[in-house]
Design a protein around this ligand. Structure first.
Ligand SMILES: O=C(O)C(=O)C[C@@H](O)[C@H](O)[C@H](O)COP(=O)(O)O
Length: 338
């Protein structure tokens, strides 16, 4: 196991990379801890989770709702979970979001930890403390920022991850490379997904690099006043199409990154849209789709990065260097019409 302790302004998280689910007993003693997971994880890992009291939610983005939060809180009450309880989210981004959010509000806050079981959760969703739920088509409209006590990475859990979920998570890895790490972009260009699926060390290094890259940004700007916004590269459009068209999050982000790269060409002279498109396609991600442009613009106006009527869009100057560019809705309307 490789351990990294990261101190965020709001709390410290212990990152346990290359660990074993068996070690969860030490981090979350079954007498005081409750597991939140989803039906897919339960199909594969019910036996491993047997020592704990388990709350199971349906798998999928539709569960990222206030109804699910209400249901989980009621189950915690029924299980007599006290303020000293620890809630552990074992699953992908939806599960870790619900677990973190419920832990933040149940009895005004209990401790939480995560065992991410998807690539997307390992490199992004479970890190940095953003937890929340959607309101209809509006993504992550209600939530809080609160750090988990620990993250346990057991890469064997990825053995049961469907191929589409691997691809889904890769969008956030490519996003990290675009905004902060040109060398990682180059590494990804030299490989294919199956190289990482077959080579445990290669995968471990990539997951750890991405998790620490994100944690480093969040440690500097936990409440998203500055550089944390860069992690939103591709997300402004993604959030406007994801729930409407029921796209996997990473697929929507991939389409959003290409849109942002084209915007970047005009505003920063970004020269590498072609390389980005080629890399996304190399990892099986979509790079465009037909969508209702008026509806997308309407939803984009609810973006959390909007201030004084301008959307603080994340653009690229070069591969590895992102910038925040305030843009009017009219500018976005022109680009989206192309
Ligand atoms: O953690 C962050 O900050 C991010 O922006 C990472 C994103 O990949 C992630 O999807 C995040 O939840 C989006 O945040 P939001 O504030 O735009 O809802």
């Amino acid at each position: 196991m490789t351990e990294h302790i990261i101190a965020f302004p709001g709390g410290t998280t212990r990152f346990c990379f290359d660990a074993d689910l068996e070690q969860l007993r030490q981090l979350a003693p079954p007498e005081k801890s409750f597991i939140l997971t989803d039906e897919n994880v339960m199909i594969h890992y019910q036996r491993e989770l047997k020592p704990w009291q388990v709350i199971t939610i349906p798998a999928g983005e539709a569960s990222k709702s206030l109804e699910t939060v209400d249901d989980v809180v009621r189950q915690l009450i029924a299980l007599d979970a006290g303020r000293d309880a620890l809630l552990v989210g074992v699953g992908g981004g939806v599960v870790t979001d619900i677990a973190g959010f419920v832990a933040g509000i149940y009895k005004r806050g209990i401790r939480c930890g995560f065992v991410p079981t998807s690539i997307l959760a390992m490199v992004d969703a479970a890190i940095g403390g953003k937890n929340g739920v959607d309101i209809g088509a509006f993504k992550n409209m209600i939530g809080l920022v609160r750090q988990p006590e620990f993250l346990l990475y057991d890469y064997r859990l990825l053995q049961t991850l469907p191929e589409e979920e691997w691809i889904n998570g890769w969008a956030e890895i490519i996003k990290h490379a675009c905004i902060r790490d040109e060398a990682m972009f180059g590494l990804l260009e030299q490989h294919r997904l199956e190289d990482f699926q077959k080579n445990g060390q290669l995968l471990h290094k990539l997951v750890m690099k991405n998790a620490l890259l994100k944690a480093g940004i969040v440690a500097q700007d936990e409440l998203e006043q500055g550089d944390r916004k860069l992690l939103n590269f591709g997300h402004t459009l993604a959030h406007a199409i994801e729930n409407v068209y029921q796209l996997p999050h990473g697929f929507a982000v991939a389409i959003g990154m290409v849109f942002a790269a084209k915007l970047s060409e005009q505003h920063t002279g970004f020269p590498a849209t072609g390389r980005l498109v080629a890399l996304l396609e190399r990892y099986g991600l979509p790079v465009s789709m037909d969508f209702d442009k008026d509806q997308a613009l309407h939803l984009m106006q609810a973006d959390k990065k909007k201030a004084n009527g301008l959307i603080h869009y994340i653009l690229l100057e070069t591969l590895g260097k992102a910038v925040i560019q305030p843009l009017s809705v009219d500018t976005l309307r022109q680009q989206i019409a192309l």
